[in-house]
Design a protein around this ligand. Sequence first.
Ligand SMILES: [Zn+2]
Length: 244
Amino acid sequence: MDTTDLATPRRALAVGAHPDDIEFGCGGTLAKWAAAGCDIHHLVCTDGSRGTWDAAEDPAQLVVTREQEQIAAAAALGGTSPVTFLRWPDGELEAGLRQRWQICAAIRTIRPDVVVGHDPWKRYRLHPDHRNAGFLVTDGIVAARDPLFFPEQAIAPHRPSTLLLFEADEPDHVEDVSTSVDTKIAALLEHRSQLRTTMHVSATDTSREEELAAFATRIRERLASTGATSGFDAGEAFKRMDNL
Ligand SMILES: [Zn+2]
């Protein structure tokens, strides 16, 4: 990889489309930074109301459950600040001006050194929420840094120093997460209502432990192969953008 390991930021803001995207995309990096004293912030764009294979599930209850799980996952990573929920309908997130306004306000309020989000340019991506959440981050950064964008917010502009994009189409930066693999897995497992759809843990009997172990093994193997590109035991890869 071209670069590895940013200096630990004072504050970092991670933006995900759904509950669990941040943990999958950059949970190890956030946990490592939090352990080193970084103030990590989560912002989740949608309400997670459609992420189920069970048509009988109550979407309103699912929203409440997903938010509770996301709060627990952020805490598991070492986050001590409240999670920001924008609550756009799952599957219908648009990269529009109202959403950009919200991301801009969050960046100006939280004032992160580093922003982390989905790569909107990842090719052959199916889910529109991931693509649009990515564009909201890039567009929100442009708005947040210049005072004549959304001046009615009456919050001082803020320019982050670095943007890291996960699920990157052309990754060029790796963070060493050797010390935070277990924390990332623990945070992912807080998303209990998504165990079946995203973690392939469906059993309720004794084989559940085996399925959970298999999930943890898959995560470890993925982090190990990413880390190997940079000589780390475990790594998370990003597209890095500076000079924002
Ligand atoms: Zn997602």
